[in-house]
Design a protein. Structure first.
Ligand code: ATP
Ligand code: MG
Length: 559
């Protein structure tokens, strides 16, 4: 196992110790599985992966790296109705992008025959039976937390009869819902999962890999332990909601008679503020076209975060920082944002971009002159070098960097005031030009050639520095600003509602000339505005589209 991400050092791959690693350390000491550590990441290909899955990927693959073990990518494709090849491909891409390589790429459907044979074995041991209760009757017989269940009238049918019916289920003689194969355990068990759970159901649907070879499909709880055991997994890591399923996980492996069966270990799933972690819900957003697609930059999907400009290392760092525990909690999204800021802080070039332009004309600057001013690419990282920025008579500044009637403590441009143009000169506002409707369309200034940046001018000081872009030597672009896709709501039962105002598109933005070289997926800091990425989908040869990854203000440390 290794990594295909240049940012991934051996150190960052090795995740910090956690309670799962303590269990593994014990097993290694006792030699439970010899010196073997074998994990797997087992997604169901019924949607795109989200940041919660990234936690599980980092944990499973990271654990294998830490112990010099192995980790498989296994598709848990036991539900033909919801699964698609598109999802399989996207999942592979996401795991690779996060920087991990699987040892083996496997599909639960590869084991359908073996699982079937093991079910036959259970019937022969009188540990399973074919039941003809309807789904409603089944629910009724199951009882609830307060009342024990009742035995199905089919529970004690002869073994031969069950064998015969199970075979006919396989050959397609029955309709969906007509019969199930059930484990014979204990209808009075206080654990509902042990009340003769279903092992197989009839589904007359084509499977994305096995086609029409099967019309019975194993239930997740029966299939999963077998998949783990067949692959020789040692530690089967899953989320907390499966804790109550563990006795059944163990039952399956004991009754199908495995030596050294794998061990299921549960951890708390990732929940985050302003993010939804349910494939079902994310799919709904896609289907109802409330977002552009699974990779909409506002989505909690890995493909959405990638398009938003998140780096693999920022997500791995995030997974590391949140840690692994048994206690459910909600992680504040500001932690994820903190991780990408930290990642880009010293690597992204910092440049000027005007998102809401207002024309500024320097009346005493020569017409037609272009001066190339020197600027550092990243003031905190001299290694990124310098660049030249064209300075001209006509410029754009940010509309809100000018006010005609400013309040006190406004230090930017207003009539009669002098400010520094970043990397350039002091300018003083002399005149405001308005259109017939009274809108400000231009500000006229004079500049002082003595005040050029980098010349050590100390004659006088100004309180404000604003950014600018030449109005004649620039790159025009579109910029998308995002708000969270979900906002907190006291009224909604889920605590969140969809935010219809989560996307703002600015189509008249002017960027420094040096953006001419920008390529898809390049990441920058726009001075004062935040971090931005060149969108990989909507950018064309002639038009750059940027997504704001995150603003500059870090609220994480305060929280
Ligand atoms: P969803 O409810 O979003 O469909 P799932 O659990 O059904 O998620 P799977 O494809 O079955 O999705 O998940 C693959 C693996 O990822 C499982 O081991 C699962 O426990 C883990 N996983 C899913 N969601 C989270 C989460 N929010 N935090 C941590 N791990 C998760
Ligand atoms: Mg699932």
């Amino acid at each position: 196992m290794n990594s295909n991400d240049k940012n991934m050092s051996a150190e960052s791959a090795i995740i910090q110790s956690n309670f799962i690693h303590n269990i593994i350390d014990e097993d290694l000491k006792k030699g439970t599985y010899g010196q073997k550590v074998y994990t797997r990441f087992p997604p169901e290909p019924n949607g795109y992966l989200h940041i919660g899955h990234a936690k599980s990927i980092c944990l499973n693959f990271g654990t294998a790296i830490k112990y010099n073990g192995k980790c498989n990518l296994r598709f848990d494709d036991t539900n033909p109705v919801k699964e698609e090849v598109e999802y399989v491909e996207s999942i592979k891409e996401d795991v690779k992008w996060l920087g991990f390589e699987w040892d083996e790429l496997l599909f639960a459907s590869d084991y359908f025959e073996e699982m079937y044979q093991l079910a036959v074995k259970l019937i022969k041991k009188d540990k399973a039976y074919v039941c003809e209760l309807t789904p409603e009757q089944m629910r009724e017989y199951r009882g609830n937390f307060d009342t024990p269940g009742k035995d199905s009238p089919y529970r004690n049918r002869p073994i031969e009869e069950s064998l015969n019916l199970f075979e006919k289920m396989r050959t397609g003689e029955f309709a969906e819902g007509q019969m199930t194969l059930r484990a014979k355990i204990d209808m009075a068990s206080p654990n509902m999962n042990m009340r003769d759970p279903a092992l197989y159901r009839i589904v007359h649907a084509s499977h994305h890999r096995t086609g029409d070879a099967w019309c019975i499909y194993p239930m997740y709880d029966y299939a999963h332990p077998l998949e783990d055991a067949i692959e020789g997994i040692t530690h089967s890591i899953c989320t907390l909601e499966f804790e109550a399923h563990r006795p059944f996980y163990d039952w399956v492996l004991i009754e199908t008679e495995w030596n050294n069966p794998p061990k299921q270990i549960e951890f708390a799933r990732l929940e985050m503020t302003n993010m939804v972690m349910s494939k079902r819900y994310l799919k709904k957003l896609v289907d109802e076209k409330l977002v552009q697609g699974w990779d909409d930059p506002r989505m909690s999907t890995i493909s959405g975060l990638r398009r938003r400009g998140y780096t693999p290392s920022s997500i791995r760092t995030f997974a590391e920082k949140i840690g692994v525990s048994k206690a459910n909690s909600e992680v504040d999204i500001s932690l994820l944002e903190h991780c990408i800021r930290e990642d880009l802080k010293l690597t992204a070039h910092r440049k000027m971009a005007v998102l809401d332009p207002l024309k500024l004309v320097i009346t005493n600057y020569p017409e037609g002159e272009v001066e190339y001013l020197d600027a550092e690419n990243n003031s905190e990282n001299p290694e990124l070098g310098n660049r030249k920025i064209p300075f001209t008579k006509e410029l754009y500044i940010e509309r809100d960097d000018f006010m005609e009637n400013p309040p006190s403590k406004y230090y930017r441009l207003f009539p009669g005031n002098e400010v520094r143009l970043r990397n350039a000169y002091f300018v003083k506002c002399e005149e405001v030009i308005k259109d017939d409707a009274g809108n400000i369309v231009e500000v006229r200034c004079t500049y002082d050639p003595e005040t050029k940046s980098g010349t050590g001018f100390t004659g006088r000081k100004v309180k404000g520095t604003i950014h600018w872009v030449s109005a004649t030597h620039n790159v025009k672009a579109s910029v998308r600003l995002y708000d969270y896709l979900f906002v907190k709501s006291e009224n909604d039962e889920e605590g969140y509602v969809y935010n219809a105002n989560s996307l703002k598109v600015l189509d008249e933005c002017y960027l420094e000339k040096s953006f001419e070289d920008a390529k898809k997926d390049d990441k920058y800091q726009f001075n004062r505005h935040g971090y931005f990425v060149v969108d990989t989908k909507d950018t064309t040869e002639n038009h750059l589209v940027f997504n704001r990854i995150v603003s500059l203000k870090d609220s994480f440390n305060k929280k």
